[in-house]
Write a protein that binds this ligand. Sequence first.
Ligand code: FAD
Length: 320
Amino acid sequence: MSILVYIEHDEGAVKKTSLEAVSYGKALGEKEGKSVTAVALGKIDDAELTKVGSAGADKVLHVADEKLSAGVIQAHANAVAKAYEKEGANTLVLAKSSLGDAVAARLAVKLKAGLVSNVVDLPDTNSGYKVKRSIYTGKAFAITEVNTDNKILAVKKNAVSLRTDGPDAKVEKLEVELSESDFSAKITSTDKATDEISLPEADIIVSGGRGLKGAENWGIIEDLAKAMGAAMGCSKPVSDSGWRPHHEHVGQTGVKVAPSLYVAVGISGAIQHLAGVNASKYIVVINKDPEAPFFKSADYGIVGDAFEVLPKLTEAIKAI
Ligand code: FAD
């Protein structure tokens, strides 16, 4: 028996969330005494795939068919199902993502597998097979019991410590026969609306609130975001006032984010804002009011005036 991990890549670069899924698979494999095989589809260099070993894969199967772009979801599901069969796997692990959701749903039907999404911990197998998942944008956890032989676990971003100490993985080519119908529906293009870093997928976000006083002051947020390679976000009143576009509004009624680092500047930390950010790995709050509620959710805080702190912070980051 083995554990199969589905790898997503961005034009040949393995996604960090997939490496986290591999590390999760490795920890699960150690617990259950199983080996871990990763499967990658489409055009990607072997050199990139060997790196999947450092996150914990014992072996990587590469289905090198260039037709397997991320836009052919049914073909992905069937190719992964064939790799799953070949490896004699009984568990598929993947990252929770929009592509992952689409592939996992099809595989759950095909493999008659119980699917659990947003997984944050290893299953508890003391009595049954109980999986802890994050719900309500990270505010609560649910325990889901899976009683099928085949299992699919979609791991939440930032929920797993990424391993980096494994040896390079052995890459094997895998030929799979796919039918024409697997390619009958295809996403042919996704046009970027903007060159800005996409907020829901950003790894670092600098977000501004009403404490910035007006649109004309956003330069200090932009400068810090640029220095950090971050996307920009804002609180609801900021977008309601037209200081920033609505697609930057973070929170319960806006975008839900899960970056590694969320920097909140001049945002009070209302519950509706926190609902969109509490899946962040680290939160840094910059606010001149030491009593601002956001400090209670912060990993690090700076009590100070944003107009003094931000330029200094940006300079310090640029100097690194
Ligand atoms: P404020 O609450 O005005 O806070 C400004 C902060 O800036 C203060 O803490 C102040 O100390 C600090 N500050 C001021 N000057 C400086 C300075 N010079 N330097 C540093 N700090 C400074 N809000 C959201 O953000 N997202 C949502 O999705 C959302 N959904 C909502 C849904 C509903 C149904 C409702 C009722 C409300 C919702 N809200 C949402 C609004 C939310 O309740 C808060 O009103 C809002 O988040 C407050 O925005 P803010 O923190 O930018 O402004």
